[in-house]
Design a protein around this ligand. Structure first.
Ligand code: ZN
Ligand code: ZN
Length: 176
């Protein structure tokens, strides 16, 4: 089976419910490159916003007069720098999206609680106010509908919100 990150054969690492195994160092590298690209996106976004604000200022009447007097630089130059910064931003965003969707796909299939379990659990909680089995409103937890051991995923579509107090639920939660 191939590691979903580096595509080379892997038997040692974090096993996933879709039968693949992700190398520990690949997973670490992926989370690292995600945060790097998130930072790059934020830096580039700020840069584009600043230049756009500058362009808007330059397009006012006073800006036009200043340009006419040669006090500020050429408008076309600024526009082309904005275009370049926007291209760089798009590239960073696409790198971020790629890393993010690969990581989510891995988390979806993790056989143990994924690192973003709290966020997934909170999202399920928003959909169900009470236990989906008995209507109770206490001791509630997110549960897998199809257990991970049976090929279920950590995707929201496979999560439900149930209490743990009754035997039926308890058995279900242990199995999942
Ligand atoms: Zn790998
Ligand atoms: Zn219940």
């Amino acid at each position: 089976m191939a590691c979903p990150v580096c595509q080379s054969p892997s038997t040692d690492g974090v096993p996933l419910s879709n039968g693949t195994v992700v190398h520990v160092h690949c997973l670490k590298g992926l989370t690292g490159s995600l945060s790097t690209s998130e930072r790059a996106v934020s830096v580039r976004r700020t840069r584009v916003a600043r230049m756009r604000a500058m362009l808007a200022r330059w397009n006012t009447t006073i800006g036009r007069i200043e340009r006419f007097l040669g006090r500020i630089a050429d408008l076309e130059d600024l526009e082309s720098r904005i275009a370049a910064a926007e291209t760089a931003l798009l590239a960073a965003e696409s790198a971020q999206n790629d890393a993010e969707s690969l990581l989510l796909e891995i988390y979806d299939h993790m056989l143990e609680y994924p690192p973003d379990w709290a966020a997934r659990s909170a999202a399920v909680r928003k959909r169900y106010v009470v236990c989906s089995e008995c209507g109770s409103d206490s001791m509630l937890q997110a549960h897998h509908v199809v257990p991970l051991s049976k090929g279920g995923t950590n995707r929201l579509a496979n999560l439900t919100w149930e209490c743990t107090r009754f035997d039926g639920h308890l058995v279900k939660s242990i199995l999942s």
